[in-house]
Write a protein that binds this ligand. Sequence first.
Ligand code: GLN
Length: 282
Amino acid sequence: MTATTTPSTVAQALGAAVALGIDRLDAQLLLLHALGRAPHDRAWLLAHDTDALPEAAWPALSAQLSRRLAGEPVAYLLGEKEFHGLNLQVDARVLVPRPDTETLVEWALQCLEGHAAPRALDLGTGSGAIALALQHARPDAQVDAVDASADALAVAEANARRLGLPVRFAQAHWLDGAASGYTVIASNPPYIAANDPHLPALRHEPSSALVAGADGLDDIRQIVRTAPDHLAPGGWLLLEHGHDQAVAVHQLLAERGFTEVQSREDLAGIQRCSGGIWRTVK
Ligand code: GLN
């Protein structure tokens, strides 16, 4: 990325980034990063708008702007993403945690309320977002997390170490080899249909975290089928799913024998998570 003239101040660098077509907030975050400042320091940019831009900052920033214009998520460029109040390190080995998934975390925390030392399992943990948020909010819980990807687990385990959270991680495909007796099993599995027109926009993220068969429900079907063996009586299975999958997921849960099947809305008011209680004596 070359500007006709190299910006000489902080404000000019921001203006140049926006002129290239970068969203203003993204431009601020990337500029702060290039200046070695924290992402929450946006006020600094205003207070220092006439400061001279350090010589190395523009080459570093323009390299990042090119990658952003090619569609890379800002979180990968910054190397971090805030999720449920935790700062998680992320890179292309894991899906970028979305604010919508905080809905699933809030719901899981409600399901854990009133249980002393409950046990929770996060399936397909990726960066560790759900498991780490649960463990942070409930230090008394035993939180387990699995992922099929060794690469993802390396990211999640590093996040757990850095945050000092004692989540137990294991490499597994969904519930293969999982323990039983969980109070809550929560998952943000892949749920996008293989031919979904939105997939090209997500091409920088691992497709194994996004795509689940012809209708996007392959992994959810498998989790719904196998979860009862691993839930405590009265335990909840909570699943994030696509914007138009609530009805289908309700049906899968009800057919499997879950009760109190219901959904929660994401920040946009879309039914984004569905779940139910396992009560049946097996
Ligand atoms: N919510 C993500 C998206 O549509 C998909 C995450 C997933 O498949 N679990 O961008």
